[in-house]
Design a protein around this ligand. Structure first.
Ligand code: THU
Length: 135
């Protein structure tokens, strides 16, 4: 799996730093994510909800879309955190979006109630995934 524990802990800290920016007045379930790109840059995202509930955007997708807008081509590590569910695991839609830009070996990190790193991989979260024929 890609990403050392130190790198993943740092990425989680970057996510934690923006958790208070999450806009989740309807679910009261704040989530923050950070992704590392192929150049080593970090991009963060938070969930952004809407009074039209179905329009909510997850933190993971917000982080990835921010990365792509900044010119990132590939995602090399993912970190996700929330206060209310630890560890937290990306939803199905986010798994597919992560897989668009990340290899199966890419690490997906979260933390448990004790702040301990919990690491899995894109491939473990989305086995036998549907991927672009271009890659
Ligand atoms: N949410 C995320 O941002 N990421 C996840 O991994 C799970 C769910 C958000 C969507 C919604 O704003 C709130 O959490 C409750 O589902």
């Amino acid at each position: 799996m890609s990403g050392s524990d130190v790198e993943l802990a740092d990425l989680l800290a970057r996510a934690r730093a923006v958790l208070a920016h999450a806009y989740a007045p309807y679910s009261d379930f704040q989530v923050a994510a950070a992704v590392r790109d192929e150049t080593g840059r970090t991009h963060v995202g938070v969930n952004v909800e809407n009074v039209s509930y179905g329009l909510a955007t997850c933190a993971e997708r917000a982080a990835i879309f921010t990365a792509i807008a900044a010119g990132a081509k590939r995602i090399t590590a993912v970190a996700v955190t929330s206060r209310r569910l630890r560890p937290i695991s990306p939803c199905g839609a986010c798994r597919q979006v992560i897989r668009e830009f990340a290899a199966e070996e890419v690490a997906v990190a979260s933390e448990d109630d004790d702040g301990q790193l919990v690491v899995t991989s894109v491939g473990a979260l989305l086995p036998r995934s549907f991927v672009s024929l271009e890659r």
